[in-house]
Design a protein around this ligand. Structure first.
Ligand code: HEM
Length: 518
């Protein structure tokens, strides 16, 4: 089947291909009234960056990067002029007041709002706790945002200027900025616990021009006739309807064929739901607790080889440079894993060697069906069990739970300011169902001690999981070895604490226009 033509001039850029800028700023706004919001949207509209603009920008940036071997964050520093990009999303109450029920009807969790879903996600129930929704910096019952802006630039000063001018425009229209915060990509693209982030993403199917092979996700692999179809090794192609409304969705029984379009409402078309979670990370606590767990494990003669470095990598599922555990089971790799191979692995079966479009072969990885090398509770295995079947069905169904992650760290790196404790991840992700994608990942898998690979009771995702059901919030995880021995470690402390957020809808340019002019 020919893949659908994406409306690249309609879809906001951070949905796909993503801003990717090293500097990004979030602004949350409380509305001063419906007419004033319409006026503000019409003023913001000319600045809203689309998929089309972002694709052209990144293509020319990457072309220059290839010529100068200047990749990653430094490819942004090398630019001669620095763009300023803006994306806009709206909260449930505001949308309801402007256009009625259509968006709220598309997702029950969006209708309820993040603060109403907080306890279901496992968040703190003790009102004295920083993580309790009443104490959130934004997105609690009394400070939920109506409008949410993501602003990005390749240059810090350009972003500062742009944000100041946007705040003037917002406040000039009698609205209130209730939260704003800077995100910065850290060295080597690591998150604050020290692990490279943003390695594994699904590849959205769809074409960006009339050419039958002009795909959004470039095809870098000669695919095998069956199984998932990869854009690049480990990055499976997923039908766009899982991320953007108005396109065919992924088929839950089949990797390759599409399923129907989820919702044909005109306002939703080319839009996407956005989840924002401000996740504070306590780096000192993370290190102390994982040091302690490693020494507890060392007391078991069969686990004495697990030091803090191996324990931390096992609970993430990757080494700090992004190399997956299966590709380097005993320690960090002596040499950086190639970008082609770093995401090419499964858990259930050995992955076959695969041929790249240029003829090079990428070697596969051994299976780890019993979770000896990468435990069942590892963060990346919990949120994407890849080729394993799950409590929700066959591995094909897991493709329907993929999300487009666009998060960025906030706060200084721990090494630069060890006494500062305000740092973490501005987690952002896009999907067409908050309930079936982000929330399922959270309460069905991350917070569960048995899922997604049932038959085991091997613990929580220690990075992200929360045990909201227990008053002491105790979380545990189990380590196993090949001879069948097991050892459990646990904690009652949260290393990651939600301190804000919101559920939003990120409309198409046409729908923003409709809001501005209605
Ligand atoms: C402070 C909180 C978090 C930290 C420190 C963190 C860290 C990481 C790291 C280091 C990776 C591996 C790199 C990569 O594959 O991109 C990863 C992957 C991932 N994370 Fe998180 N993450 C956090 C929050 C979340 C949240 C809230 C979700 C949503 C459910 C999430 C979903 C994912 C997914 C889907 C992957 C890719 C897994 C794969 O495909 O193999 N993460 N995360």
């Amino acid at each position: 089947m020919i893949e659908p033509l994406l409306s690249t001039d309609q879809i906001q850029a951070n949905i796909a291909p993503g801003f990717r800028f090293p500097f990004q700023h979030l602004i949350a706004v409380k509305s001063g009234g419906a007419d004033e919001i319409r006026r503000l949207i019409s003023e913001l509209l000319p600045q809203v960056t689309t998929m089309d603009q972002a694709l052209r920008f990144h293509e020319s940036r990457l072309e220059r990067a290839r010529q100068s071997y200047n990749f990653g964050i430094s490819s942004f520093r090398a630019l001669e002029s620095h763009p300023l990009w803006v994306n806009v999303a709206l909260g449930n109450e505001l949308l309801m007041s402007l256009i009625g029920d259509s968006v709220n009807d598309a997702d029950r969790s969006f209708r309820l709002g993040l603060h109403s879903r907080s306890f279901a996600l496992g968040d703190h129930r003790d009102p004295a706790s920083e993580g309790h929704r009443n104490n959130w910096l934004v997105g609690g019952p009394d400070n939920a945002a109506d409008l949410f802006l993501i602003i990005g630039s390749s240059d810090d000063a350009t972003l500062d200027e742009g944000v100041a001018s946007l705040i003037d425009t917002i406040e000039g229209n009698t609205h209130t900025v209730i939260y704003d915060e800077r995100g910065n990509r850290l060295e080597n693209d690591q998150e604050h616990f020290g692990f490279r982030d943003g390695v594994s993403q699904p590849a959205m199917r769809g074409r960006v021009s009339a050419g039958t092979h002009d795909f959004l996700a470039k095809r870098r692999v000669r695919n095998l006739p069956t199984g998932p179809e990869w854009a690049s090794p480990g990055s499976p192609l997923v039908w766009p309807g899982e991320f953007v409304f108005g396109y065919p969705r992924q088929n839950s029984n089949n990797f390759r064929d599409p399923s129907s379009i989820a919702n044909t409402d005109d306002f939703l078309k080319n839009g996407s739901f956005l989840v924002f979670r401000r996740l504070k990370q306590d780096v000192r606590l993370f290190r102390e607790e994982t040091d302690k767990m490693a020494s507890e494990l060392a007391a078991h003669s069969e686990f004495s080889h697990i030091d803090a470095e191996l324990l931390r990598a096992s609970i993430v599922g990757r080494w700090p440079d992004g190399t997956p555990m299966q590709q380097s089971p005993d320690g960090p790799p002596a040499q950086m894993t190639s970008e082609e191979r770093i995401n090419y692995f499964g858990y259930g079966d050995e992955t076959c060697p695969i041929e790249l479009a240029d003829g090079r072969i990428v070697q596969g990885t051994d299976a780890d069906a019993d979770g000896i090398v990468c435990p069942f509770h590892a963060h990346i295995r919990k949120v994407n069990p890849r080729d394993r079947s799950t409590d929700l069905g066959a591995e094909t169904n897991t493709m329907k739970m993929r999300i487009l992650r666009r998060g960025i760290p906030f706060g200084p790196a721990y090494e630069d300011a060890p006494n500062e404790n305000n740092r973490g991840l501005l987690f952002l992700c896009y999907q067409t169902s908050i309930r079936d994608q982000f929330e399922q990942l959270m309460f069905r898998w991350v917070n569960s001690t048995v899922n997604p690979e049932p038959g085991n009771n091997e613990g929580h995702d220690m990075i992200l999981g929360q045990n909201g059901a227990a008053t002491d919030r105790e979380r545990f995880c189990v380590f196993k070895n090949a001879s069948g021995s097991e050892a459990t470690v646990s904690t009652r402390k949260d290393w990651v604490v939600p301190t804000g957020g919101g559920y939003f809808f990120c409309p198409s340019i046409n729908s923003l226009n409709q809001l501005a002019t209605a």
